[in-house]
Design a protein around this ligand. Structure first.
Ligand SMILES: Cc1ncc(COP(=O)(O)O)c(C=O)c1O
Length: 427
């Protein structure tokens, strides 16, 4: 079917003519039909350099042959069993070896499920109910995930504000919100509330804001002191910033870590990884033993096709030189974008770490937390994203760019030149 006919049907059947968050103005809409390496193609035959990477999972690029072969092999053997399966067991072993806090693993299907389950595990383990999260931190679609993730007009700390309607007041009442990168304010809140606090959940690289030492170190110390479970949401950073994720990169080891996206090579799989004493709560034999037990299961949990894809992805990511390349690519793109923005006389800062980048339209410094980011020109960032898409660079409108192992230096240089042409229109 041709692209206009497909778009007409999408308009009829989907709210907003889109699949979820990724919504484009009508003149930019497309239907993607295939991807290979760093490139994707729409139903009208237009080619894009892809910096969306499926919202992050495709760290090896599209249709990486090792992943395609593993998926085909497993699909022919059976797509799902609701039983122990070899790819799941071998993947769990690899994750425990790679992740610094890893002693045991429970798979889930989405990142949101992983963060939801980790929070439940912390509550069951501590017998406390409150959660502390950071303003601007994103943990998925569940009720707690949708609190103070992106507030345009943030209330005073530690009050939480919902990012969408339909979030019960009870969830809001369970959450304390703290400023990212402000160790003093966070430690004070934790000291005040530790008797009711089950967990602190943090994106160690919050969106593209890097943690300033000793922020994560102080979080580790104060949570340890009070028996509060420290959860790193590594859905973005896991296997992306380093083989051992943000824990390895920033040298701080939490109690639990949530994984998703890159670990599954583009297939639906996530995981909670962490201390044996916490993961044990998800053992169904705990039930009725007068011991804490949490339900953590699902129809497609540890799906063998997704686990086979994850194993194949980790085989590649474990090869020497992978993270040097990802960081070199990130540096080349960030430096290139800074240079062409300066040449166009547009005040821009490029945030992020390695293959995760964010273009912010502001001269304000420093950019350390969500409130600093509110000073940036969001309209310009959206315009920047739209204009890149128009020129054949697929990315999040808003200036977020994910790099993969498939992006060559030539891809990056082509993107920088196109971005330069966009900056000149945004003066
Ligand atoms: C840091 C982080 N945590 C959790 C999630 C939720 O993952 P999913 O969209 O797979 O539910 C996301 C999604 O973008 C994320 O970026």
């Amino acid at each position: 079917m041709n692209q206009p006919a497909l778009l007409d049907k999408a308009e009829r059947y989907f709210p907003g003519a889109c699949l979820g968050m990724m919504h484009l103005p009508i003149d930019l809409r497309m239907v993607m039909v295939r991807g290979t390496g760093s490139r994707i193609y729409d139903a009208a035959g237009k080619e894009y350099i892809d910096y969306m990477l499926g919202s992050g999972p495709l760290l090896l690029g599209h249709a990486r042959p090792e992943i395609v072969a593993a998926v085909q092999r497993q699909a022919a053997l059976g797509s799902t069993f609701f039983a122990l399966n070899e790819p799941a067991i071998l993947l769990a072993e690899k994750m425990v070896q790679a992740v610094p806090c890893g002693e045991a693993v429970r798979f889930q299907t989405t990142g949101s499920e992983a963060t939801f389950a980790a929070l439940r595990m912390a509550r069951a383990a501590t017998g406390r109910e409150k959660i502390l999260k950071f303003e601007g931190g994103w943990h998925g679609g569940h009720d707690i995930g949708q609190l103070s993730g992106a507030p345009a007009e943030p209330p005073p700390f530690p009050e939480a504000v919902p990012d969408c309607d339909g979030i019960p007041g009870s969830s809001r009442g369970d959450v304390l919100v703290a400023p990212f990168n402000d160790a003093a304010a966070t430690v004070k809140l934790i000291e005040q509330h530790h008797r009711e606090l089950a967990a602190v959940i943090v994106e160690p690289l919050q969106r593209a804001l890097t943690p300033e030492p000793p922020f994560l170190q102080e979080l580790r110390a104060v949570t340890q002191k009070h028996g509060v479970v420290l959860i790193f949401d590594e859905v973005v950073t896991g296997f992306r910033l380093a083989w051992g994720g943000a824990q390895e990169r920033y040298g701080v080891v939490p109690d639990l870590a949530c994984y998703g996206k890159a670990m599954a090579g583009g297939y639906p799989l996530s995981a909670v990884v962490g201390k044996q004493e916490l993961l044990r709560l998800a053992d169904p034999q705990q039930r009725g033993r007068n011991a804490p037990y949490i339900f953590m299961s699902g129809t497609l949990t540890a799906n063998p096709v997704a686990c086979a894809a994850g194993l194949a992805a980790l085989e590649v990511l474990g090869q020497p030189g992978v993270y040097d390349r990802l960081h070199a690519a990130g540096k080349r793109l960030a430096e290139g974008l800074r240079r062409v923005a300066a040449e166009a006389d547009v005040p821009v800062q490029v945030l992020g770490d390695g293959p995760v980048l964010q273009v912010c339209f502001t001269a304000h410094q420093p950019l350390r937390n969500h409130r600093d980011l509110l000073r940036a020109d969001k309209k310009k960032a959206t315009q920047f994203g739209y204009e890149l898409i128009r020129r054949g660079v697929y990315c999040t409108p808003g200036g977020k760019l994910y790099l993969s192992l498939a992006h060559s230096d030539a891809d990056i240089d082509e993107t920088v030149a196109l971005a330069g042409s966009v900056f000149r229109t945004l003066r």
